[in-house]
Design a protein around this ligand. Structure first.
Ligand code: FAD
Length: 516
């Protein structure tokens, strides 16, 4: 049996992997996590994807427990600021499109334009975002009915991304260091062996498979399966097993970031229920609201901006609150390992791949990777077909997200300097070029977006294309010949629902203060 697992790395990926494997297999496997106290974790990665709830539910964790412990907040979507023009904003919400007479409401919007805000006309979330609302009422009920919601205190059934049939309306922001600590306690209390030490060598057997990792003070740690969670360095997969890395840098040029943790008085300022992504001269700045502080960082391409300039820009953006804070400069490896699973080593997290932080997909990739690992867990014969199937799923997921992110830069109306002008002429992934042309005549649908699972549905592509405004779009021709009354009524219903929710939902701060 394959039952002895050694995980190297104790960042978000190491502890998510350890706790998930324990939740899946319990006492039937032994799990060791070895992490260095000399090599820091990346120190960022705090906004997530709505599907992350499957992870917490799988572990049996309740929002009422883990959210206050990790200073977590709700995220209903991403607010894109200045991507279509300075001073403009729009939301990419976790909300599917309504459909009227067989056409998504966004098609009808192109025809009728009830207002200048396509997001507020099509999605209830835009009003909740603008007005800093919680997605839950004070009694814990979710604002949107029809979702398989367990309530903030419930965590009874275990599902994975594969069972995602509805669009859950929110994700979370959390303090990554606190989450790693929370998951460490979860894992250790369920039998995970926690070794704090440096891995100094990776030992290979005659076939070139990993037999053990050698540590500085705890000797050799032997295992059947090794999970590489060592971050961008890919100590086991890329270094010891020499699995090549496939760079995405030719299509996604941002390769650095500088980050700050800014304490704020959230009672006074309120807590926005969204991640903000503000377009800048050489990239974009994230603003992630936690219960007690903001996480913020400038993601940029060093071809256009020096680290000093980026830090200065970020500090100016934050204002007086940035004074005296230490900046974390990060070099990013953009792309993926050719195969994330080779021989008896699986890379999860940054060692597997990373497609830059826009759209918060890092933790989603971790979740996808470990869910797939459980679904493809090796039998004694270590079938190559099993590994091929795993690698296909992981590679497709990252390649699909790459397409979606390239669309953000190509599709942005912003065109005011070399960085944004180059974004319009830079190479795009082969198939995306054709899709971009097609979407000008037929808005994205399930049939004409990247064809494999990558977490994003057609509505996300539509929301981005409409919000970015850089690519001309047309309503379906059929709408010229159809009666638009039902669509006009649906726009009215969106407005009325939003108005009603603004009247009844508490602010995000009010709701979370109660949890604390
Ligand atoms: P790391 O955090 O780098 O951890 C590596 C671990 O390996 C550490 O514990 C270290 O001690 C250990 N280690 C290394 N070498 C050794 C050794 N020799 N011996 C023992 N241990 C060793 N994702 C999101 O989902 N949302 C976001 O908003 C987001 N923002 C991001 C912003 C930036 C700028 C970047 C770069 C990433 C972002 N991500 C985001 C991705 C997210 O941060 C990562 O996916 C996540 O933190 C997982 O990192 P990791 O655990 O793979 O690696």
């Amino acid at each position: 049996m394959v039952d002895k697992i050694v995980i190297v790395g104790g960042g978000t990926s190491g502890w998510m992997s350890a706790s998930y494997l324990k939740a899946a297999f319990g006492e039937r496997i032994s799990v060791t996590v070895v992490e260095s106290d000399r090599v820091p974790t990346i120190g960022v990665g705090e906004a997530t994807f709505s599907t992350v709830r499957h992870f917490f539910e799988y572990l049996g964790l309740k929002e009422t427990d883990w959210m206050p412990a990790c200073n977590a907040t709700y995220k209903l979507g991403i607010r894109f600021q200045n991507w279509s023009g300075v001073g403009e904003h729009f939301y990419h919400p976790f909300e599917r499109l309504r459909v009227v007479d067989g056409f998504p409401l966004t098609d009808w919007w192109l025809k009728q334009r009830p207002s200048e805000r396509f997001d507020a006309d099509n999605f209830v979330m835009a009003a909740l975002g603008d007005n800093l609302r919680s997605p839950r009422f004070l009694d814990g009920t979710l604002f949107e009915r029809g979702n398989s919601d367990l309530g903030p205190g419930g965590a009874a059934f275990r599902s994975t991304l594969t069972e995602q049939d509805t669009q859950f309306p929110y994700a979370y922001h959390f303090d990554a260091a606190l989450l790693a600590k929370y998951l460490t306690e979860y894992g250790v209390s369920r039998g995970v062996r926690h070794v704090v030490d440096d891995v100094v060598d990776v030992k290979l057997d005659d076939r070139g498979w990993i037999s053990a990792v050698a540590t500085a003070e705890h000797g050799d740690l032997e295992g059947d399966l090794f999970v590489d969670c060592t971050g961008f360095k890919g100590l086991l997969l890329n270094k010891a097993l020499e699995e090549p890395f496939v760079s995405y840098q030719d299509t996604l040029p941002n390769n650095r970031a500088v980050a700050l943790r800014v304490p704020v008085d959230t009672a006074e300022r309120g807590i926005p229920p969204y991640t903000r992504a503000t377009a800048m001269e050489a990239g974009w700045i994230w603003t992630i609201p936690l219960f007690d502080r903001i996480g913020t960082g400038y993601v940029y391409a060093d071809e256009y901006c020096s680290p000093e300039e980026a830090e200065r820009t970020l500090r100016e953006f934050v204002g007086p609150g940035a004074e005296g804070l230490e900046a974390n400069h990060i070099r990013m490896r953009i792309g993926r390992s050719r195969n994330s699973w080779t021989k008896n080593c699986v890379a999860v997290g940054l060692s597997s791949g990373f497609v830059e932080p826009l759209e918060s997909t890092g933790i989603f990739f971790i979740q996808h990777g470990i869910e797939q690992l459980v679904k493809h867990f090796p039998q004694q014969d270590w079938s190559q077909r099993l590994r091929d199937s795993y690698n296909r799923a992981v590679n497709n997921c990252m390649d699909g997200v790459r397409e979606f992110l390239v669309l953000h830069y190509r599709g942005a109306a912003r065109n005011d300097n070399q960085y944004w002008q180059d974004a319009k002429t830079r190479k795009v992934p082969d198939a995306l070029q054709g899709r971009l042309e097609q979407w000008q005549n037929k808005l994205p649908d399930a049939e004409n977006i990247f064809p494999h699972y990558h977490g994003f549905e057609a509505y996300s592509y539509v929301a981005m294309l409409m919000g970015l405004k850089g690519i001309p779009l047309r309503a379906a021709g059929a709408l010229d010949l159809m009666d638009g009354t039902a669509a006009a009524e649906e726009f009215e219903r969106v407005r009325a629902t939003a108005k009603d929710l603004l009247r009844t939902l508490p602010s995000q701060h009010e709701y979370l203060a109660q949890l604390h």
